[in-house]
Design a protein around this ligand. Structure first.
Ligand code: FES
Length: 233
């Protein structure tokens, strides 16, 4: 079937501002939006720029707006979005070219929450043991692929990019509630600061946007509760 693809294009070296360009592609119902973009780039307009790598919803590099909703282009089927598809870059980030945005501020926020296990003790038995229940406590937030779909759907982040944003808070949750980690106080201090967790207004856009179906707003709520109670339960 014929699919009309409207893509927001922008080349900062030649365009005054972003503009839409239309393409017509022959596609099947189970083709993905990423397939259409690759077809356009390969056969119609080699200047089209976008990020993608794994093409299977794992690397998180092809998050973009598809018909106004943050999605991974490799996970959206034509049959689910119809024959008229508008593709735009993520909101709240500077466009480098076409669908490619500058992710550096996003990763700078990510680094602030210390997204790694901190434990300087030598384990007694060669490795740090953890019960199934302890592992389950943070299982949901381990699924994050740092695609930025949540953060760039958040009105608080749009208002001020200094806000750590949902993805960084999800990563903070992943390590805060890991029984092997020994730095909850340092992390909670960062999260309790001006641009930390309290900028979240519980809008739930992040949960709706997450392609991994992480309960993002719930995780952020658990971080808030940990700050208030001083407990990680
Ligand atoms: S290309 Fe890796 S998540 Fe889509």
């Amino acid at each position: 079937m014929e699919v009309k693809l409207r893509i927001l294009r922008y080349n900062p070296e030649s365009d005054g501002q972003p503009h839409y360009k239309d393409y017509t592609v022959d596609a099947g119902p189970t083709d993905r939006v990423l397939d259409l973009l690759r077809y356009v780039k390969g056969y119609q307009d080699g200047s089209l720029s976008f990020r993608a790598s794994c093409a299977h919803g794992i690397c998180g590099s092809d998050a973009m707006r598809v018909n106004g909703v943050n999605r991974l282009a490799c996970k959206v089927l034509v049959k689910d979005v119809g024959r008229e598809i508008t593709v735009e870059p993520l909101l709240g980030m500077q466009i480098i070219k076409d669908l490619i945005v500058d992710m550096e501020p996003f990763f700078e926020n990510y680094r602030q929450v210390m997204p790694y296990l901190i434990n300087d003790e030598t384990p007694e038995q060669g490795e740090r043991l953890q019960s199934p229940a302890e592992r389950a406590r943070f299982d949901d937030t381990t699924k994050c692929i740092l695609c930025a779909a949540c953060t760039t759907s958040c009105p608080s982040y749009w208002a001020d990019g200094e806000f750590l944003g949902p993805a960084a808070l999800v990563q903070a949750h992943r390590f805060l509630f890991d029984s092997r980690d020994q730095a909850p106080a340092e992390r909670l201090k960062v999260l309790n600061e001006q641009y930390g967790v309290w900028r979240c207004r519980t809008v739930f856009n992040c949960t709706a946007a997450c392609p991994r179906e992480i309960h993002v707003t719930q995780a952020i709520g658990e971080v808030k509760k940990a700050i208030i109670t001083g407990r990680l339960d």
